[in-house]
Ligand binder design. Sequence first.
Ligand code: PNS
Length: 160
Amino acid sequence: MKRTIAIYPGSFDPPTNGHVDIIVRAAKLFAKIIVAVTDNSNKNPTFTLAQRMEVLRKSTVHLPTVSVECFSGLLVNYLERKRAVAIIRGLRAISDFEYEFQMALMNRRLNRKAETVFLMPDEANTYLSSSLIKEISRLGGSTRGLVPPSVEKLLQNKRP
Ligand code: PNS
């Protein structure tokens, strides 16, 4: 897998240490990782595309083979444009599996070359999710150690 490009797509609203964990693991397997932030306004994200991209860049600055981009439209088309061979997704628990399985098979139905590679984060990161992080922060809890420092700042600025 060493000479190949992989795409790690997601909403990253906001990125957590679990996302960074997956990026670090993927960077060991593929020559280049493109972290692809969805520009899908249907999801009504809490953070702007520019904010999500900026914190992802800051959180991966130590990884020279990782770049951060945004994409709109179908993921399989973006994959093709980037000449990437794999889609990376993180699997935290069995509960993730159904949605991920459906998406992986649908992507392969749309483009038979679209393979999905699932990576598991460290156990310490399995209970992290962007939505829980946002709720904790909104209600005044600490997110230290759960998200990169730049995301912590972003969350603090968002507090009422
Ligand atoms: O972090 P998320 O929200 O679970 O990521 C979901 C994402 C962005 C990977 C998925 O919604 C996606 O691929 N969107 C692009 C549009 C697309 O290709 N949809 C068909 C997926 S089978």
